[in-house]
Design a protein around this ligand. Structure first.
Ligand SMILES: Nc1ncnc2c1ncn2[C@@H]1O[C@H](COP(=O)(O)OP(=O)(O)OP(=O)(O)O)[C@@H](O)[C@H]1O
Ligand SMILES: [Mg+2]
Length: 370
């Protein structure tokens, strides 16, 4: 097994493997209140050394607040924060941000406009010897592939280049941890994918441990060794992207990582379940009496059938795939992702089938709002 495979296997395990002292970051039961709301509510999580953990969740759920407490820009009301096994924040101890060895990259362009690229990158190194600063700046600029850009000013750079300078500035003091708060949000989609891939490569090469905040579900799953889904100040689920995507523990988590529909299901005996979109099987022994199964667009397919009880209501061309919206007999709508070879016009009658290819996720039925 290669080193990379070993690392992936180790990181894919759900819980830290009993080495908290070597964890890059440990957040223990941390709470932060901004009257009247609780921005971060009793959060505990561990970022292992060399790990990339992505933090997703709706606006206002506490992602930035959590990052700012780890960086030391905000003081928690309760709980402890450890960096590299050292307490940096607790009831009796407070280490200021400049002594935490944490690098920060924010969404907005935070480069100093009056400093050159080299000046920006060397900004956090002021306490070191001049010769060291020059060498380190050159090394980091090489790492982010901006050799020769040292004398330029921020306004002479593209958006992607500016983002890489911001990254270089955060990496330069060799922080033990990098905290990135939506670092790509201001970039256009094409540039974003490119800068993101580049950033991952740079951080892996620097053997950094990183905590990323993102609104983008795809970004969360493709960048993170693990993903933490936050909801109203709490971490609702944390795990490998594959696990959180395929085995969400709640409706909220299911919808946070992609399009998800929930169909009421009933037992038909022998592990069989019946739904409006057709049967499926689930060998679980203990299923709730009132339940719903989670269906994603790639779990559903259909056959054109003039006697079918469902109807195609819309179709979205996506190149290699077509995303169909189908109305089931109850009026419930869901979308199916099918290969471009299956072409059906809106208005056509169809027979819908479930094709999970894996055991479906069963969740207790939600209480209906009155
Ligand atoms: N300095 C502050 N004073 C008062 N309330 C604050 C302060 N900072 C954040 N909040 C509140 O705390 C909650 C969490 O804010 P936070 O910035 O952590 O959210 P977020 O998850 O980063 O959201 P977004 O995705 O929009 O950036 C929000 O309700 C916000 O209004
Ligand atoms: Mg935020």
């Amino acid at each position: 097994m290669s080193k990379v495979q070993q690392r992936d296997q180790q990181l894919a395990t759900e819980e830290p493997s009993g080495l908290p002292a070597s964890a890059a970051v440990e957040v223990r039961m941390v709470t932060k209140q901004f009257e009247p709301a609780t921005a971060v509510d009793d959060v505990s999580l561990t970022l292992r050394r060399g790990e990339f953990l992505t933090l997703v969740g709706p606006s206002g759920c506490g992602k930035s607040t959590l990052l700012r407490m780890i960086a030391g820009l905000l003081e928690p009301d309760r709980g402890e924060i450890l960096l590299g096994g050292r307490i940096v924040s607790s009831a009796g101890r407070w280490v200021p941000p400049e002594d935490r060895a944490v690098g920060l990259v924010f969404q907005e362009n935070t480069l100093f406009p009056h400093l050159t690229v080299a000046g920006n990158v060397g900004f956090g190194l002021v306490r070191r010897a001049k010769s060291h600063i020059a060498r380190r700046v050159a090394d980091v600029l090489e790492l982010v592939e901006l050799v020769g850009y040292g004398d330029r000013f921020p306004h002479e750079l593209s958006g992607g280049e500016r983002q890489r300078v911001a990254l270089a500035r955060a990496i330069a003091p060799e922080p033990t941890v990098l905290l990135l708060d939506e670092p790509f949000a201001n970039l256009d989609p094409n540039l974003r994918a490119q800068v993101r891939a580049h950033t991952v490569e740079i951080l892996r090469r620097a053997e950094a441990s990183a905590l990323f905040v993102t609104h983008d579900q795809q970004e969360a799953m493709s960048m993170g060794d693990r993903v933490a889904v936050m909801n109203q100040g709490r971490v609702e689920q944390i795990g490998a992207p594959k696990t959180v995507f395929h085995l969400p523990k709640s409706h909220f988590v299911a919808s946070s990582l992609g399009e998800a529909y929930f169909l009421p299901a009933s037992h038909t005996g022998g592990g069989g379940l019946s739904t409006e979109a057709g049967p499926c099987s689930c060998p679980e022994e203990t299923l709730p009496t009132e339940m719903e199964i989670m269906v994603r667009p790639h779990d559903v397919t259909f056959d054109a059938d003039p006697n079918g009880e469902s109807v195609v209501t819309a179709v979205e061309f996506q190149g290699a795939f077509l995303l169909y919206e189908v109305e089931l007999p109850s009026g419930r709508r869901l979308r199916c992702l099918l290969p471009h070879t299956i072409e059906v016009d809106p208005g056509s009658k169809v027979r819908v089938r479930l094709e999970h290819g894996h055991v479906p996720v069963v969740l207790p039925a939600r209480v209906k709002e009155k």
